[in-house]
Design a protein around this ligand. Structure first.
Ligand code: FMN
Length: 382
C-alpha cells in the first residue's frame, strides 16, 4: 500500500510504524504513564453512537464553517507538534502546506523543527497560528510572540497543561532523548529504516529551530534544555492576562478540561479554548476530551469558540465533536502519521481521508451541514 492509497488514518499509522525507528514512532504514538488517557480519548469516541435521520435531502453537503471569524473548508485545525522533523524532514512545512490545501489553519509549535519564518516563507498563503508557553524567561516569550506577529500569525495558542513534562514510559524504556542517543537498538533500527536514516544524514538531527537566536548555544541538546528548563510550574492566571495584552491579537487557551477553568478563561477574554489533554502525553488518567466537552460547552455557551483535540482518527470523530458543541476539532497524531508515512503526500492524504469521511458521515446521518449538528444526533452508550 502507498500513502496515496491509504484508506484510513490507521493505515497511515501502520506505514509510519514501519518507516520509523521504534524510538521515534513511540515518541509520536506514545503517551504518559499507563496511557489510560490516550486510550480513553479513543474509546470514549467509540461510545458515541449516531441517531441518524432519514429522508433528508443530503445531495449537497457543506463541511465548511468559520474559525475565529474566517472561513475554513472543514471544522478542523492542525494542532502544534514539536520536533515533527523526527517524522520527516521539514514535516512542519509539509503539514502547513497540507493544511492550506485543505483550507484549514495550521498551528506552528514553539518547538517546531523548522523556524517559524521559514514556514511562512514556504506557505505564504497559510492561515498560521503560533503555539507558545508562558515561559519563566518573559523576554523569551515576548520575543517568540513578537516574531509570530511579524510573520502574520492570526492567533496565539497558549498551551497551559505543561507545568512540567509528563513522563512517557515508552521514551524512557527506549532511552529516547533529544538528540537521539545511539543505543544498539537505534543503530539497528537506522539500518532497518534506510529512508529515514538517509533524511537524517542529509538534513541533520532535528532541533528546536525557533530558539536559535545567536544568544544561546544552538546545539540540539542545549535548545531542548532551554525549552524544558523554561517551563514554569508557578504559572497562574494573572500571567495569562499579561500575555494576552502583550500579544494583542486573537488568543486560544489550549489544555482546558474543567468547566470552571473554561469560565475563568472566558472572563480573561480568550477568543477560543481548546479542550485538550495534550493527546494523553501530560497527565495520565486525565478525562478524555470528548467527555470533558459537554459541560464546558454548557458553561461557555457562545462567549468563546471551543475546539477539541485528542483521539481524532476519523472524519466521524470530527462530526461527533461538532455534535457535542465543538466549533472545530484539532489533529495532532493523524497528521504526523501521514507525514511520517510519505511526507507531504502523506499529510495531504491524512487530511483528504478525514474530509471524505466527514462528508460521508454527514450524508449518512442525514445532516446536510456540519454546523447544523447538535446533541440530538448522538447517543452516549454506557
Ligand atoms: C509528537 C507530538 C508533539 C506534540 N507537541 C506539542 C507542542 O509542541 N505543543 C503543544 O501544545 N502540543 C503538542 N502536542 C499535543 C498536540 O498539539 C495535541 O494536543 C494532541 O496531539 C492531540 O491528540 P491526538 O494526537 O490524538 O490528535 C504534541 C503531540 C504529539 C503527538
Amino acid at each position: 500500500m502507498t500513502a496515496v492509497s491509504a484508506a484510513t488514518i490507521d493505515d497511515l499509522r501502520q506505514m509510519a510504524r514501519s518507516r520509523l525507528p521504534r524510538a521515534v514512532f513511540d515518541f509520536i504514538d506514545g503517551a504518559a504513564d499507563d496511557e489510560l488517557t490516550l486510550r480513553w480519548n479513543r474509546t470514549d469516541f467509540d461510545r458515541i453512537a449516531w441517531r441518524p435521520r432519514v429522508l433528508v435531502d443530503v445531495a449537497a453537503r457543506e463541511s465548511s464553517t468559520t474559525i475565529l471569524g474566517a472561513r475554513a473548508a472543514l471544522p478542523l485545525i492542525v494542532a502544534p507538534t514539536g520536533l515533527a522533523a523526527l517524522a520527516w524532514a521539514k514535516a512542519d512545512t509539509a503539514l502547513a502546506g497540507s493544511a492550506t490545501g485543505a483550507g484549514v489553519p495550521f498551528t506552528i509549535s514553539t518547538s517546531s523543527s523548522v523556524r517559524m519564518e521559514a514556514i511562512r516563507e514556504a506557505a505564504p498563503d497559510a492561515r498560521l497560528w503560533f503555539q507558545a508557553y508562558a515561559y519563566k524567561d518573559r523576554e523569551l516569550t515576548r520575543s517568540l510572540i513578537a516574531r509570530a506577529r511579524v510573520i502574520g500569525c492570526e492567533a496565539l495558542v497558549l498551551t497551559v497543561d505543561v507545568p512540567m513534562l509528563g513522563r512517557r514510559l515508552r521514551d524512557l524504556y527506549n532511552r529516547f532523548t533529544v538528540p537521539l542517543r545511539p543505543t544498539p537498538r537505534l543503530l539497528w533500527d537506522m539500518l532497518r529504516c534506510p529512508r529515514w536514516t538517509g533524511q537524517i544524514l542529509l538534513h541533520g538531527v532535528p532541533r528546536m529551530q525557533n530558539f536559535v537566536d545567536g544568544k544561546h548555544d544552538a546545539s540540539v541538546a542545549s535548545l531542548a534544555a532551554l525549552m524544558t528548563s523554561n517551563l514554569d510550574p508557578a504559572l497562574t492566571w494573572d500571567r495569562i492576562g499579561r500575555v494576552r495584552d502583550e500579544w494583542g491579537g486573537k488568543l486560544v487557551l489550549k489544555g482546558i478540561l474543567h468547566p470552571e477553568d473554561a469560565e475563568r478563561a472566558v472572563r480573561i477574554g480568550v477568543d477560543a479554548l481548546a479542550v485538550s489533554n495534550h493527546g494523553g502525553r501530560q497527565l495520565d488518567a486525565a478525562t478524555s476530551t470528548i467527555r470533558a466537552l459537554p459541560p464546558i460547552v454548557a458553561t461557555v455557551g457562545r462567549r468563546a469558540e471551543i475546539y477539541l483535540d485528542g483521539g481524532i482518527r476519523r472524519g466521524s470523530d470530527i462530526a461527533k465533536a461538532c455534535a457535542l458543541g465543538a466549533k472545530a476539532a484539532m489533529i495532532g497524531r493523524a497528521g504526523l502519521y501521514g507525514v511520517a508515512a510519505a511526507g507531504r503526500a502523506g499529510s495531504d492524504r491524512a487530511l483528504r481521508i478525514l474530509a471524505e469521511e466527514l462528508d460521508r458521515c454527514l450524508a449518512l446521518v442525514g445532516c446536510p451541514s456540519a454546523s447544523q449538528l447538535d446533541p440530538n444526533w448522538v447517543d452516549l452508550r454506557d
